[in-house]
Design a binder for this molecule. Structure first.
Ligand code: GAR
Length: 210
């Protein structure tokens, strides 16, 4: 008997980006070569029009919608536009992937939005903590360990129940670039692993994290 999930059981993903799309690129690679099974990417949303992530998504033949904050009167209208596109595409699990804007998560997506952050939350997260700023802060504090965090997103930046973390050492001679590279390797493993778990166990599994 075929143990592959039927199309109805495939977890429908949406990815939200703002820039380079490195996380999107990694997810696409996993989906393409079968390292992430039982899931499909239905929609990409970008808060910026001219970024590499949009090009990547288009090249992969994915539906991409650019939704810019400045084209909307307020956070509410911006958030409603995002929700409408995701819901219209049938997205069940939304993945923040370097998304730098504020999406006010509506009730229908509560507990169905994941974020990955390049630090061990709850430290070194929140508004302004993205990209090299995170790693510079970790180095400035003299930390000997950093890593990445996958968490359920709520309506605060980089906040919500932690689902998984991966740790990496901080070396004495690290720069923000070398630390970012090490954390990036951990990110590229951790996010697909967590999504695979959701695909295997179902969205209800995410409700066990509080
Ligand atoms: C990733 O390192 C992710 O952890 C980080 O953005 C990077 C992806 O950006 N997210 C955050 O810092 C969230 N606060 P990219 O897709 O533009 O390359």
């Amino acid at each position: 008997m075929n143990s592959q999930p039927t199309s109805r059981e495939v977890l429908k993903l949406g990815v939200l980006i703002s820039g380079g799309g490195s996380t999107l690129e990694n997810l696409l690679a996993h989906l393409r070569d079968g390292r992430l099974r039982g899931a499909e990417l239905r929609q990409v949303i970008s808060s910026r029009g001219t970024v590499r992530g949009v090009e990547l998504a288009r090249a992969a033949g994915l539906p991409v919608t650019v939704i810019r904050r400045r084209d909307h009167a307020d956070d509410g209208a911006f958030s409603a536009a995002i929700t409408a596109v995701l819901a219209g595409a049938g997205v069940e699990l939304a993945l923040l992937a370097g998304f730098l804007c504020f999406w006010r998560i509506p009730a229908r997506y509560a507990g169905r939005v994941l974020n990955i952050h390049p630090a061990l939350l709850p430290r070194y997260g929140g508004r302004g903590f993205y990209g090299r700023h995170v790693h510079e802060a970790v180095l400035a504090a003299g930390e000997t360990e950093s890593g990445c965090t996958v968490h359920l997103a709520d309506n605060q930046y980089d906040h919500g129940p932690i689902v998984a973390q991966a740790r990496v050492p901080v070396r004495p001679d690290d720069t923000a670039e070398t630390l970012a590279e090490r954390v990036g390797i951990a990110e590229r493993e951790l996010y697909p692993q967590v999504i695979q778990q959701v695909a295997d166990r179902g969205l209800a599994w995410l409700r066990t994290f509080r």
